[in-house]
Design a protein around this ligand. Structure first.
Ligand SMILES: N[C@@H](CCC(=O)N[C@@H](CS)C(=O)NCC(=O)O)C(=O)O
Length: 258
């Protein structure tokens, strides 16, 4: 199988963790046109949204990380990553959904300041403070969902753990990790010890180290950040509407297809 990816993408990381948990071989490549929104070329043909991840399994080409997880779980049911009962399965999907929408948007917003310098001075301070406060709320919510269990999936590592891991790990990278000694920090330690997660996080770390250079492409031209749904909402609700307006003025942000 082939995976169009970017190692920093939390959606990509979720898919790679699942493929590795299932012992499935794949080759990962970053699309040539990533970040341009260009409707030309093989990446846009595979996903008109020009977003990663895209999974290519023979003549089956799929996009959207949740759809990819559903496909992988149905095609290779062993080991199962969704729990056995309907309620527990729904519980896992809710955890994933909150991670993919609210949590991802907060992490993305923090990265817009840290890596892409969308704001400086007071505005940057305010946006960072908003991200930190929201991260605490989301981590408290996750801690309650984890309860006394070792994994979000209950007794075994599963679907929800694969979705939460990239989110919490990125918070740790930003210095916004869960309270030391608490249950979520202990869960993060357990997750990081799994080979599937460790390999995926090592790829994240290597890419993060190069972000300062890569981010210049969004100011010097060629690439435009996609401001979509929860991410756009995050920037506006957190007080960064002027960041959106500046990005539109300078032509270095874009909205989703079509
Ligand atoms: N709902 C999609 C979201 C995928 C997504 O937004 N991916 C980002 C990377 S984290 C992307 O490829 N953005 C395109 C761009 O920035 O040009 C999924 O779950 O796969």
């Amino acid at each position: 199988m082939r995976l169009y990816e970017h190692p920093l993408s939390s959606y990509v990381q979720k898919v790679k963790i699942v493929l590795r948990e299932k012992g499935l071989a794949f080759t990962a490549e970053m699309p040539e046109s990533f970040g341009t929104g260009s409707p030309e070329g093989p990446f846009a043909a595979a996903n008109p949204r020009t977003e990663v991840p895209v999974l290519i399994d023979g003549d089956v080409t799929l996009f959207d990380s949740t759809v990819i997880l559903e496909y992988v779980e149905e095609r290779w049911p062993e080991p199962p990553l969704l729990p056995a009962t309907p309620a527990a399965r729904a519980f896992a999907r809710i955890t994933e959904d909150v991670c993919d929408t609210q949590y991802e948007a907060v992490n993305w917003g923090f990265g817009e300041i840290l890596w892409f310098h969308r704001a400086t001075g007071d505005l940057a301070d305010r946006l960072r403070a908003q991200a930190a406060a929201q991260t605490r709320v989301l981590q408290e919510w996750l801690t309650r969902r984890l309860g006394d269990a070792p994994w979000f999936g209950g007794e075994g590592f599963g679907w929800a753990d694969a979705a939460v891991a990239p989110m919490v790990n990125r918070s740790v990278h930003y210095g916004l990790g869960p309270e030391a000694g608490g249950p979520l920090a202990a869960w993060h330690g357990r997750a990081t010890a799994r080979p599937s997660v460790a390999e995926t996080f090592a790829e994240f770390d290597a890419a993060a180290a190069k972000m300062a250079a890569a981010s210049a492409m969004y100011t010097t031209g060629g690439r435009r950040r996609e401001y979509r749904d929860h991410r756009l909402e995050w920037m506006v609700k957190s007080g960064g509407v002027e960041v959106v307006l500046a990005g539109l003025r300078d032509g270095n942000i874009r909205f989703p297809w079509p």
